[in-house]
Design a protein around this ligand. Structure first.
Ligand SMILES: NC(=O)c1ccc[n+]([C@@H]2O[C@H](COP(=O)([O-])OP(=O)(O)OC[C@H]3O[C@@H](n4cnc5c(N)ncnc54)[C@H](O)[C@@H]3O)[C@@H](O)[C@H]2O)c1
Ligand SMILES: O=C(O)[C@H](O)COP(=O)(O)O
Length: 638
């Protein structure tokens, strides 16, 4: 088979009008990246709502039907309408958002402008599981455990979990990912509040404010009992130099403390610029007079302060924890307090919240405790509520949030430049898998990106996920694939996707020049799609005038816009072929939107790629098969 061919494009009127529209508001918009319905793009072009579009769902009716619109309004698995906020009406055409913990009013207002908002606080785990199958989104703080059972009970309807705060240790991220549910958080709005609370606890602990207050209120006047320690000149070890930790460090410097920090992932120059030295874990804990914890709770930080690490600390060390209770072995802390190794502790967070009433730790006379108040200022709560409401509404619109926790984060400007390529990627995956006979047998897919840009400047995670989506959806029974779970599902199916980036001489304006998808070790139901030494099924596409195009099938160059559906036809190149096949389609009322012929040489084999708006009937396809010059043909759904 020849490796190249010449191309002859026929621009149909509908394509020309598409071109004319390509700079208008009808031009391809950023695709819905979080579409959750099975085969959601099999019958419609994957376009969605603009990134900046924040109109309420019920104002969107004039927009074309989009994946995002479908997915947020359908609820095949649910019948029960959730309890509404008193006074609110439930509109079944709008998404339903369950808010399970108190959220600032500005965030609630934003949510109410978009969907049905059900504020149900203090739900038992059973009640949460009961409600969740009628909800599209769930917003929680740290008090709601979003377990695997919750995702299972959601029966595929739950699309986004919004954590109104930073720590996502109360959400089972693995389960969320497996179920294709996006998790977003609100990472910035409570930073200062948490840092201020850390400093408040530090000072209150050093000067025995809480104990002295209780003593005075009980009628005592114990001036010698509550002599404190000074902070100035003391060494504070900030464990975790992230957003909160660095703000604590800045404030502690203002109190005249010597601040060191341990954070294996923090850039040393950022710390140095603040006059903070980054040191090893052991150095931090062994030289500090005060230790303040600001790392997330993860498998590696769980019980990071324990009997062994307390043993390495200076006698009389003082500990502040506004991070998570689980980073301290609480029994070990009680032992260290009892032995005097730890002089005092100030704790805002506990491994179990609320802690048991008889908790030895909470009751310890040298411990001061607050009920997880770090983020609880009016300002922080309003900020967090807006931050999470915007992220959740965006996610329900099919947008990628900048605060996505279990999906690639793609800045809006990059996303909008990549948008047509994202659609192209999904369609190429969809085409390639349909060209293989026996899709489940596909094990190895190679994707080649050609671009004028340096390979390091090309973030292909999004494109790879969409190719995976395109490959998997047509061969999955009802499993929905989206950006969140694409890699997971591919791995589960034993599908290995490798990528290659090749620099080519093309326009640097375009992030990608072409995308080629090659499937190894599969037979094809359209022999002409097989090319190369390895006998791979090959399809290649480009974006032209903002519209995804198929540009290569096997060794043949074609040029067809990827809209509607596609008929590929290999025939002997002879006059009248286009008219003959076009007539068959026309007679059976199938509208051709684009057609191109790629041939090896004059009067030799050629491939005709025909874009059709409708799905032709069996009998129409069989008429095409009977045209004497047609050697093979295939109908492909986009
Ligand atoms: N008490 C509260 O109300 C409250 C409020 C806000 C945040 N928090 C908690 O504080 C944590 C930190 O919040 P943030 O906004 O600063 O998050 P962040 O992600 O900005 O910072 C966390 C830092 O911890 C570092 N880190 C990770 N593993 C570490 C390890 N083993 N040792 C040392 N450092 C490590 C990370 O590199 C990062 O710099 C959150 O995860 C949350 O659990 C609590
Ligand atoms: O991780 C956080 O943001 C804080 O722990 C705040 O938790 P909260 O939302 O339950 O106050």
């Amino acid at each position: 088979m020849a490796s190249s061919s010449t191309t002859n494009s026929i621009l149909s009127p509908s394509f020309l009008s598409g071109l004319a529209n390509s700079t208008s508001t009808d031009s391809p918009r950023p695709p819905s990246l979080l579409s959750f319905l099975p085969n959601s793009s099999s019958s419609s072009t994957a376009v969605s709502i603009k990134l900046s579009d924040r109109r309420p769902r019920n104002n969107r009716r004039s927009l074309p039907v989009t994946n995002a619109a479908i997915k947020t309004t359908s609820s095949p698995s649910s019948t029960a309408a959730p309890t509404e906020t008193p006074g609110a009406t439930h509109d079944a055409s709008r998404p339903t958002i369950l808010v399970s913990e108190k959220l600032g009013s500005a965030g609630l207002d934003l949510l109410r402008g978009f969907g049905n908002v059900d504020c149900s606080y203090d739900l038992s785990p059973e009640d949460l599981c009961r409600k969740i199958s009628s909800c599209d989104a769930l917003i929680v703080r740290s008090g709601t455990k979003v377990t695997r059972e919750v995702f299972e009970a959601a029966k595929g309807r739950l699309k986004v979990v919004g954590r109104a705060g930073v720590g996502i240790d109360n959400v089972d991220l693995q389960a969320a990912t497996e179920f294709g549910c996006l998790v977003v958080n609100a990472p910035t709005a409570n930073t200062v509040a948490a840092a201020e609370h850390g400093i408040a606890l530090l000072a209150a602990m050093a000067r025995n404010v809480a104990q002295a207050d209780a003593s005075v209120k009980s009628g005592k006047w114990e001036r010698t009992k509550y002599v404190g320690v000074s902070m100035v000149g003391k060494t504070l070890a900030v464990m975790g130099f992230g957003k909160v930790g660095s703000e604590v460090a800045r404030r502690a410097k203002g109190l005249g403390m010597h601040v060191i920090s341990h954070d294996p992932y923090a850039p040393a120059d950022r710390a140095r610029a603040m006059g903070v030295e980054l040191v090893s874990f052991d150095q931090a804990i062994s030289t500090a007079d005060f230790i303040s914890l600001h790392m997330p709770l993860t498998p590696t930080t769980r019980k990071i302060l324990n009997d062994d690490t307390f043993a390495k600390m200076k006698p009389g060390v003082r500990i502040v924890n506004v991070a998570r209770g689980g980073v301290i072995d609480e029994d070990a802390l009680v032992r260290a307090l009892d032995s005097g190794k730890v002089a005092q502790a100030a704790l805002d967070v506990f491994s179990q919240e609320p802690p048991p009433k008889d908790s030895k730790l909470v009751q310890h006379e040298r411990v001061i405790a607050t009920p997880h108040l770090g983020a609880s200022t009016k300002e922080a709560q309003e900020g967090v509520a807006i931050e999470i409401a915007e992220a959740v509404v965006g996610a329900l619109n099919g947008e990628l949030s900048a605060t996505a926790v279990n999906a690639p984060m793609v800045p809006p400007e990059v996303l909008s430049a990549l948008a047509p390529f994202v659609t192209l990627a999904e369609k190429l995956g969809r085409l390639a898998v349909q060209l293989a006979s026996g899709g489940e047998g596909i094990k190895s897919v190679k994707v080649v990106y050609r671009s004028a840009r340096d390979p390091d400047d090309l973030d292909t995670r999004l494109l790879r996920a969409m190719i995976t989506k395109g490959i998997i959806e047509p061969i999955s029974d009802g499993s929905y694939v989206n950006l969140v779970n694409a890699d997971f599902i591919a791995k589960q199916k034993g599908l290995r996707i490798s990528e290659e980036r090749i620099v080519v001489d093309a326009s640097p304006e375009m992030p990608v020049h072409s995308i080629e998808v090659l499937m190894s070790n599969v037979d094809s139901k359209f022999g002409s799609a097989v090319a190369g030494e390895g006998g791979d099924v090959v399809v290649e596409g480009r974006v032209k005038y903002g519209v995804p195009h198929l540009t290569k099938v096997g060794g043949f160059e074609v040029d067809v816009s990827l809209e509607g559906n596609l008929i590929l036809c290999r025939q002997v190149d002879r006059p009248g072929m286009i008219g003959e096949v076009g007539n068959i389609l026309g007679e059976d009322n199938v509208n051709v939107n684009f057609m191109s012929v790629g041939r090896m040489a004059r009067k030799k084999q050629a491939i005709m790629a025909i874009g059709v708006d409708e799905e032709p009937q069996e009998q129409t396809l069989s008429k095409i098969g009977k045209v004497s010059a047609v050697e093979e043909f295939v109908f492909l759904k986009l």
